[in-house]
Design a binder for this molecule. Structure first.
Ligand code: ZN
Length: 445
């Protein structure tokens, strides 16, 4: 017997542009009807559906976080404001190699639990603490399942010998582990867990390792992720090692760029942006993290104009340090406007799409819009919260003015995972106690 859900709210952000009272009918987590409450009520399935009443609330699509490192939430505040190499050695390399599978679950409950409370319904975790196995990645996936958040496990391919041993694998190890994890969690029906390959970067993965990751993506029919051109010195390194700028160097490898998701791309020049568009590659864009670390400004206005698919990401909890895609919508808009000294450089509607619809397209999962055929991932916003007034400008206000205080309820795949501002499936007290215990002796010094 299928599970029917009927959600009704006073306002909505819909692809049709309609924004009045709306009902959404879902069958086993799939949206099957959207419309005015009286129209949807005509559907005989609506009569027997479980009803969720979001009156005095607006329903918007769940947000999609295309780039994160969940374990980094544990390091929040520990290495802030340090030069990158000091942050890496004193925080990242000092604490991350000691984490166990259970600690990874704690990190994921913390990062993903906080994200759910901020309206993130899909998170992509770019995951490089694999310790030559899948125990850590599996513990992270199980934590996501427990919370009820939708997850993409971007399993890393990493072989740079300057990093801690816990990050590194041989090419055969990385390929075998990717394939077994992908097989174990394959979920093409509900897309609640998706496993995608992620060769770390030009500095974290050799060209052969990058090709291995892209090859696994081709075999699995999934996109692949890679950090590129985040900081300017990485362009210099690529020129020195390969005689080409980062994207040009990658394009010379045996890889398919049409299913590539480049992460950051702050220093892509016009030639690289044209190449990305030409090959049909996508971008995960993390404006909050790029500002926090002083990386640079990706030219999103140009890339959107060229038709490149772009999704927003929060990046790790110690390089932002927030976990809200709504915040990234605002950050993206403001950063592009100031970079071009032009208040019309990009608009709220475009930035809203970057955090919802096009982010779903980047990850190739049917999420990000409230429409039939999409998975039922929804967020309720409290219309009595002053950050959304006046409500007739709802979409502008969601991007530019929304307070996270207004986020009251979250549905993922037709299941209520946040109700009345509380996680439904995992007590926040438990997460708090686990984080406090794990990080008790961690110091900023
Ligand atoms: Zn990253």
């Amino acid at each position: 017997m299928s599970e029917l859900l009927l959600v009704t709210a006073d306002r909505a952000i819909l692809p049709s542009g309609q924004s009045g009272a709306t009902s959404i009918l879902a069958d086993d987590g799939l949206i099957i009807a959207v419309g005015a409450p009286n129209d949807v009520a005509q559907d005989p399935r609506a009569a027997i559906a479980h009803r969720v009443d979001w009156s005095r609330r607006a329903v918007v699509p769940g947000t999609v976080n295309t780039h994160n490192h969940s374990f980094q939430s544990l390091l929040r505040g520990i290495g802030d404001d340090l030069p990158f190499l000091e942050w890496r050695d004193k925080a990242l390399y000092r604490y991350s190699p000691r984490l166990s599978a259970e600690d990874m679950a704690t990190a994921a409950l913390f990062a993903f639990g906080e994200m759910l409370l901020h309206g993130v319904t899909t998170v992509c975790d770019f995951y490089y603490l694999n310790a030559q196995g899948n125990d850590h990645a599996s513990a992270t996936i199980e934590a996501a399942r427990r919370l009820g958040i939708r997850m993409v496990m971007a399993r890393c391919f990493y072989d740079w010998d300057g990093a801690p041993a816990a990050y590194r694998e041989t090419i055969p190890q990385a390929v075998a582990h990717y394939e077994s994890l992908h097989k174990r969690y394959r979920d093409k029906a509900r897309h609640l867990v998706t496993v995608q390959p992620a060769p770390h970067s030009q500095h974290g993965a050799t060209p052969a390792m990058i090709e291995a990751g892209a090859g696994c993506a081709r075999d699995a029919g999934e996109p692949w992720h890679i950090h590129l051109a985040e900081e300017s010195y990485q362009v210099d390194q690529s020129l020195a090692r390969f005689g080409k700028r980062p994207l040009h160097a990658v394009s010379e490898l045996d890889v398919d760029m049409s299913n590539m998701i480049a992460v950051h791309g702050c220093w892509f020049d016009a030639g690289e942006r044209a190449l990305l568009a030409d090959r049909g590659g996508a971008l995960a864009y993390c404006p909050g993290s790029n500002m926090f670390l002083g990386d640079g400004v990706t030219d999103i206005v140009d890339l959107v104009g060229r038709g490149v698919r772009i999704g927003l990401g929060t990046d790790g909890g110690c390089s932002n340090n927030r976990v809200s895609v709504f915040d990234e919508m605002r950050a993206a808009a403001l950063l592009q406007k100031v970079h071009r000294t032009n208040g019309q450089a990009i608009d709220a509607e475009t930035c809203f799409a970057l955090g919802t619809r096009t982010a779903g397209e980047v990850l190739r999962i049917p999420v990000g819009q409230i429409a039939p055929g999409q998975r039922c991932d929804l967020v309720a916003l409290d219309l009595d919260d002053p950050s959304l007034w006046p409500v007739q400008a709802l979409e502008k206000n969601v991007v530019y003015a929304l307070s996270s205080r207004a986020i009251t309820d979250v549905v993922v795949d037709g299941q209520e995972v946040v109700t009345a501002r509380r996680l439904t499936n995992v007590p926040l007290d438990e997460v708090q106690a686990r984080v406090a215990e794990l990080t008790r002796d961690w110091r900023r010094e």
